[in-house]
Write a protein that binds this ligand. Structure first.
Ligand code: NAD
Length: 254
């Protein structure tokens, strides 16, 4: 299937590794011009070089702290001048810490809401005028299965991502007449550095997969393929949706 996004300008946030890196690689393979960002200049430069050499696409790595509004706006300014207005945004950020539901300080709550709600909401709002001008755009938020089935040890994630989902659903209706779609992908347990560190306390790593009907963790590429489809021209009639990619782990009907 030709996804119809050759030469589109894509920004994938939080992409020096993990799910963001896999999404950027998939979009580069589809012929997009890809901007990627993360905090560490050296790491994001190396990630861009790796994607370039694996795909032959134009890929630029930008250092950016997504939790800092000035850094986010500098990033968009640089991309605009290097590549042009963004057609595809994959909004992503580092996840909040795990712990007992009642153990978090006000500062930790503020930080989680800033990273996983405000920074991602603001990123979407900032790219929208360019998409509306072109009457074409794709916004995909990476959230979590915790939106469908909250995870007891991740109250910060459960709360921030539920809020972001409310924002995204409302936004999807608002911009639907402008040719812009807004969707969410909900990863289950995919093999990334974050998942390895969240599960480091398990004595037997095979226990990670015990509640997954497929009996294994997902690979980042298995989420990236869904992101690329939602970013594509072919996904033109899908908006406001939360798409679970979890090997069957969530038990709810919807
Ligand atoms: P990861 O920690 O492996 O990678 C996160 C990426 O974001 C890295 O490139 C990191 O450098 C970058 N990053 C972190 N904080 C940043 C900041 N302030 N500014 C710029 N870049 C920053 O995480 P991952 O497993 O790829 O997950 C990505 C997101 O999806 C996280 O929010 C995570 O909680 C969520 N998620 C992941 C899974 C999974 O199975 N991996 C499941 C559910 C939800």
């Amino acid at each position: 299937m030709d996804l119809g996004i050759k030469n589109k300008i894509a920004l994938v946030q939080g992409a020096s590794g993990g799910l963001g890196f896999a999404a950027a690689t998939e979009l580069a393979r589809e012929g997009c011009q890809v901007a990627i960002c993360s905090r560490d200049k050296k790491k994001i430069g190396q990630a861009a070089e790796l994607i370039r050499s694996n795909t032959g696409a134009q890929v630029i790595g930008y250092p950016c702290d997504l939790n800092d509004p000035q850094s986010r706006s500098d990033l968009l300014e640089s991309i605009r001048s290097d590549l042009g207005a963004i057609d595809i945004l994959v909004a992503n950020n580092g996840g909040p810490p795990s712990g007992d539901a009642l153990s978090f300080s006000d500062e930790q709550w503020q930080a989680a809401l800033n990273s996983n709600l405000v920074a991602m909401k603001d990123s979407a709002q900032a790219v929208l005028p360019g998409m509306i001008d072109k009457q074409w755009g794709r916004i995909i938020f990476i959230t979590s299965v915790s939106v469908k089935q909250p995870i007891d040890t991740l109250i910060l994630s459960n709360t921030a991502r539920a809020g972001l989902t409310g924002f995204a659903k409302t936004l999807s209706s608002k911009v639907a007449p402008e040719g812009v779609t807004v969707n969410m992908v909900l990863p289950g347990i995919h093999e990334t550095d974050r998942v390895k560190s969240l599960h480091a306390e398990l004595a037997d790593p095979s226990l990670i997969a015990k509640d997954i009907p497929m009996g294994r963790m997902g690979q980042p590429e298995e989420l990236a393929a869904v992101i690329a489809f939602l970013a594509s021209a072919r996904a033109s009639y899908i908006t406001g949706q939360s798409v679970v990619v979890d090997g069957g782990m969530v038990k709810g009907l919807f």
